[in-house]
Design a protein around this ligand. Structure first.
Ligand SMILES: Cc1cc2nc3c(=O)[nH]c(=O)nc-3n(C[C@H](O)[C@H](O)[C@H](O)COP(=O)(O)OP(=O)(O)OC[C@H]3O[C@@H](n4cnc5c(N)ncnc54)[C@H](O)[C@@H]3O)c2cc1C
Length: 460
């Protein structure tokens, strides 16, 4: 008998889980419960008068297989697009300095290339890394930021690593675990790389040539609708799940919508909401206190994106965007020159630009209303370009608690959560957000793996 499946959350993770379950459990009756009025979550394409524009994620790492494989399965490979050759600059000391080449997420493989961003004294500190023996416990995990600061000095963290990672994690790298954020680097150290420079150099040297990032022509909405359709799921929007209860046979989910509350029955449940929000849902089921505290202990940051189309009279720098050093006194954390970065978008009447705000423990700026945020974005752009832009169109979107801090030992924490759920709530899986890591490929991988576990458990 095919199972009834409830998927809580209609973002990328929930939709991918629904799709995978439809493949592995043909005939399953799958319902996706989505609190908002639309599917996709942080994949959110909107229509500017000149065409589609992303207000959430804009790309994915194409070198990881998860997203590219899913795109191919859904018949969307023809819509894949890659960035042009322009790189970003770092805003530091009021200057735009081109991002040094040969870095790995901002970690340098050759300190000699950092003279634009470091003072001679800071460069001398960083250069000592290769002469300082590295103590590393194979299999261990450490704070990424602290490791880099210890080895290269604080300036490399605040001017290179934090600006690079800030767009994805919103947390400073001091709170991020090396093994989850750059697993290849932890593995190179496990294999006995004598210094951090040697380990970074190994990864940079082994890079496959070709573009790192990819996106979809027409925007992420194409992936969202293809996934929803391929899953065959019944989608209920404006449907907020407030509790999951274990019953003698299966589960009931309490759901609240515009027209009141109702109960959904399910044999299998996928919880695909940002991890701290998953905790209260599981708490209602009872008996999983460790999982609940493990999930609610993951800190999150909120962010906001102001997307603009500006008149081409503005002298936009020949860059893909601007990353901001953490000690720079500006309110924004990154700026993407979207139409410079993606050649397929450089056909619009105006320049497309995105300005991002909000960092972990420093999101005061997000208390500003949308008009104030739009003005801040406009003046940030004017500051970078040296003259005021003429705004043709703009949209503001806030992302509450959307970016998780993946701290040292995160994988062990999630393994503990999974073990307790398997024991006490069989048939319930938590995916996405921060379970197997932040970002589009990680969410796809997490959701597919969880769906396969559920299907295998059901068929046993
Ligand atoms: C501004 C921004 C830019 C980003 N840029 C990139 C990028 O360029 N590349 C990249 O790889 N990653 C990027 N990311 C990260 C990536 O977008 C996310 O990791 C991924 O989309 C998360 O998907 P998800 O389905 O796990 O969660 P979400 O997208 O958060 O989806 C969760 C869904 O659950 C719904 N929901 C919440 N609570 C309930 C409830 N109780 N009941 C029912 N529904 C509920 C929400 O409404 C939402 O639709 C970015 C994220 C943000 C916020």
């Amino acid at each position: 008998m095919p199972p009834r499946v409830a998927v809580v959350g209609g973002g990328l993770s929930g939709l991918t889980a629904a799709y995978q379950l439809s493949l592995d459990l043909p005939g399953a009756r799958i319902t996706v419960l989505e609190a908002s009025d639309s599917l996709g979550g942080a994949l959110h394409t909107v229509d500017f008068p000149s065409g589609p524009m992303e207000l959430g994620a804009e790309a994915f790492i194409g070198r990881r297989p998860e997203a590219s494989e899913l795109v191919a399965e859904l018949g969307l490979t023809d819509t894949l697009r890659h960035p042009g050759p322009l790189g970003p600059a770092i805003l530091t000391d009021g200057r735009l300095v081109p991002m040094p080449v040969g870095t790995l997420m901002g970690l340098p493989s050759d300190v000699a290339g950092l003279s634009g961003v470091l003072s001679p004294g800071e460069s001398a500190v960083a250069a000592r890394e290769t002469d300082t023996p590295l103590e590393w416990e194979p299999g261990g995990d450490v704070s990424l930021g602290r490791l880099v600061a210890d080895r290269f000095g604080d300036a490399v963290v605040s001017r290179l690593v934090d600006p690079m990672l800030g767009g994805v994690y919103a947390a400073p790298s001091s709170g991020l675990g090396l093994r989850q954020v750059i697993p290849g680097l932890a593995e190179a150290l496990d294999r006995g790389a004598p210094t951090l420079t040697a380990a970074i150099g190994e990864l940079v040297g082994n890079r496959v040539p070709g573009p790192v990032f990819a996106t979809l022509d027409g925007g992420y909405r194409g992936l969202v609708s293809a996934l929803a359709e391929a899953s065959g799921a019944t989608v209920r929007s404006h449907a907020t799940c407030t509790a999951i209860h274990r019953e003698p046979s299966g589960y009931t989910l309490t759901v609240t919508g515009a027209r009141g509350s109702w109960v959904e029955n399910a044999d299998l449940v996928v919880v695909a909401v940002p991890v701290p929000h998953a905790a209260p849902l599981l708490a209602a089921a009872g008996g999983v206190d460790g999982a609940v505290s493990g999930l609610s202990g993951i800190r999150t940051a909120s962010s906001a994106v102001v997307a603009m189309e500006v008149d081409r009279g503005l002298d936009l720098p020949e860059l893909s965007g601007v990353l901001v050093a953490t000690d720079e006194p500006v309110p924004f954390k990154a700026m993407t020159f979207t139409s410079r970065k993606w050649p397929h978008l450089d056909t619009r009447p105006g320049h497309l630009v995105r300005v991002s705000f909000g960092r972990l423990d420093d999101d005061d700026v997000l208390t500003a209303d949308d008009i104030a945020l739009a003005r801040m974005a406009e003046s940030a752009l004017a500051g970078v370009c040296g003259s005021a832009p003429t705004i043709l169109y703009s949209r503001v979107r806030r992302w509450e608690d959307a970016l998780a801090e993946i701290g040292p030992g995160h994988a062990d924490r999630i393994a503990g959560v999974r073990a307790e759920l398997a024991d006490r709530l069989p048939g319930v899986e938590v995916v996405g957000g921060a379970t197997e890591g932040v970002g589009v490929p990680a969410c796809i991988g997490s959701a597919r793996a969880a769906a396969r576990r559920l299907a295998a458990g059901w068929q046993d």
